[in-house]
Design a protein around this ligand. Structure first.
Ligand SMILES: [Zn+2]
Length: 141
């Protein structure tokens, strides 16, 4: 996972999830989504989108959601839709996307095992995962 994140950061020359999304041709849209959904990765007519809930107003929260959805785009790109709300069925994919986000937000550094374990533990709880990733994001753009 860390190799994937570092290769992507090298390729794009940045760790900023906004800039990486742009480089990968993923359009970011702020939309009026249901309260329970922070973000979605969607492929429609061969175009890639990350939809962000427009209720999210802090930059750091947006970066965290974007980094997670970027994880879905990079790791699970063939799937048509990935919903943050669907954590029961998609637990493992959610864990992978959150681990990707954590590595990216940490600037490609290796994460302590305790953090990885906590991400795994939280993977079915979107709110706890989000808060955990926010705590990891001090050095975000
Ligand atoms: Zn997700």
């Amino acid at each position: 996972m860390i190799a994937t994140v570092n290769a992507l950061m090298d390729e794009c020359g940045t760790k900023c999830p906004y800039k990486i999304s742009k480089k990968l041709g993923i359009r970011i849209k702020n939309l009026d989504l249901p309260e329970s959904i922070r973000g979605l990765y969607v492929v429609s007519n061969a175009k890639k989108y990350i939809l962000l809930n427009k209720r999210i107003d802090s930059h750091i929260d947006k970066c965290v959601v974007l980094a997670h959805e970027l994880g879905h785009a990079v790791l699970h790109g063939n799937c048509v839709i990935q919903a943050n709300g669907n954590w029961q069925q998609e637990g493992n994919k959610e864990y992978q996307a959150s681990l990707f986000a954590a590595h990216l937000l940490a600037g490609g550094k290796e994460l302590p095992c305790s953090i990885k374990r906590e991400i795994k533990r939280c993977s079915r709880n979107p709110n706890r995962t989000h808060n955990l990733l926010v705590r990891l994001s001090f050095s975000c753009c």
